[in-house]
Design a protein around this ligand. Structure first.
Ligand SMILES: *Cc1c(COP(=O)(O)O)cnc(C)c1O
Length: 341
């Protein structure tokens, strides 16, 4: 990308590399504002919300969310839909009570639980909208009890489709799957939730710090935010998140259709809950060797297809950045492999 090379050498004709600029300089302040504005317009983020660009990944949000929002004597509902949800649950237990409102753990997370047992008093309901490892995704959001609100880990499907921000109290996402490079984490928080928990919070872990300092309390990941801005420009250029969703539907359908048609493969996930971002599939027949199919693919330059160790088989991660021709190449490799058997 020319823009990235320019930014590294001579940012916006300033004669200085973006990598050498102070985060207090005008160009960097403007970059942050521009990136936030662009995200707000792409996702339709209403006035009552704040956008933060933080560090520590989605994994730090597993702790920051309950630390900032859940008091010790209070309860939050969590739905356990996979490894990332489980990690979020583990951290939340350090700060308050956690009620597991639903879980698909006993079925190796092959579906999204629909029947929920929410706590009547719970402050929020936490979901992982796309389960990266298991290939499930919410296509309908759960209804939340009482005055509660949804908190969502959207690390692996943010910007892949339109969302109604007002359904959520807080959304967080590590940038590295659909938004940019690792090193920056997006938090979208409803303003009234900032400072909700009564405990003493370390300054760096307090949302209020980052809200009051515009994500510039300490040195922020400037270059990563620049890359996010470039990605957002690209999403805009193809027509925004609705157009992106349409592309993603077409891509995923092609692959799921081939998995159904191909006599060698099957997808373990409940059809209603299948992810448009991560497609796991396994051999449907004994006597076939995973590694042999993986080599067949890598000979065709199709890589990173090995399934997560907890699922086995294969997983195609087909995030926004994966072009449709990448799917065509995989499908053709699946077909030639079928003919070879
Ligand atoms: C990758 C991923 C994470 C972990 O993100 P880090 O930024 O590495 O902490 C959390 N949740 C989901 C859904 C993910 O896909």
């Amino acid at each position: 990308m020319v823009a990235v090379k320019d930014a590294a050498m001579d940012y916006n004709n300033t004669g200085i590399s973006l990598l050498a600029m102070s985060h207090r300089s005008k160009p960097v302040m403007e970059l942050f504002d521009e990136t936030t504005d662009r995200l707000c317009s792409l996702l339709g983020i209403p006035d009552g919300y704040k956008v933060l660009w933080l560090q520590g990944g989605a994994s730090l949000q597993f702790s920051m969310v309950p630390m900032n929002i859940l008091n010790e004597h209070e309860t939050a509902d969590y739905i356990d839909t996979g490894a990332w949800s489980s990690k979020a649950i583990k951290e939340a237990r350090n700060f308050g009570s956690v009620n597991i409102a639903g879980s698909s753990k006993n079925d190796n997370y092959t579906f999204i639980p629909k029947y929920l047992e929410q706590n009547a008093e719970s402050v929020y309901l936490h979901i992982t909208t796309n389960n990266t490892i298991y290939g499930t995704q919410y296509h309908v959001l759960p209804e939340v009890n009482n005055n509660g609100f949804l908190v969502a880990d959207m690390s692996s499907d943010i910007l892949s489709m339109p969302i109604d921000i007002s359904d959520f109290g807080l959304i967080y996402a590590g940038a590295q799957k659909n938004m940019g490079p690792a090193g920056v984490t997006l938090v979208i928080i409803r303003k009234d939730l900032v400072g909700r928990a009564e405990r003493q919070i370390p300054t760096m872990l307090d949302y209020a710090t980052h809200v009051s300092k515009g994500s510039m309390f300490n040195t922020p990941p400037v270059f990563a935010v620049f890359m996010v801005n470039e990605t957002l420009k690209w999403v805009e250029s193809i027509g925004g998140v609705s157009a992106m969703a349409e592309k993603n539907r077409i891509k995923a359908k092609k692959l799921y259709d081939e998995i159904e048609r191909n006599s060698l493969f099957t997808c373990p996930v409940n059809p209603d809950d299948r992810s448009l971002m991560n497609v796991p599939f396994v051999f449907d027949r004994d006597g076939l060797d995973d590694n042999d199919f993986l080599s067949h693919c890598s000979e065709r330059n199709i890589v990173s297809l090995k399934g997560h160790r907890s699922v086995g088989g294969f997983r195609a991660s087909i995030y926004n950045a994966m072009p449709e021709k990448g799917l065509d190449a995989l499908i053709s490799a699946m077909q030639t492999y079928e003919q070879d058997q």
